[in-house]
Ligand binder design. Structure first.
Ligand SMILES: [Ca+2]
Length: 99
């Protein structure tokens, strides 16, 4: 009985210790306008796309599957995002199918 209680306590302590905490949400702006997707289900990716040392933003869109590219004209601490268009290859918009 003591062993079971000890295991339960240890399990509960582990679960409680792993509870994540989240910050409040915030909006992301590009070209001084809030990035807003009409359908939602955005898939963001932050990476240094152009190799200039600051993080850029990619946003995959549900339904069309297109990927919007926002380059960072600011810094990593104070990003200033500018819409650069849809991600393309060979002049064609790339699309990632859903489903
Ligand atoms: Ca960059």
């Amino acid at each position: 009985m003591k062993l079971i209680l000890l295991l339960l306590f240890a399990t509960a302590a582990t679960v409680l210790a792993d509870v994540p905490s989240y910050e409040d949400y915030w909006y992301v702006y590009a070209d001084a306008q809030r990035i807003d997707l009409p359908i939602g289900h955005a898939s963001p990716l932050v990476t240094d796309w152009d190799g200039d040392g600051d993080k850029d933003l990619f946003v995959g869109r549900f339904q069309s599957g297109n990927i919007m590219v926002y380059t960072n004209d600011g810094t990593n601490d104070s990003p200033i995002l500018a819409y650069s268009g849809l991600l393309q290859a060979g002049g064609t918009n790339l699309s990632v199918p859903s489903g």
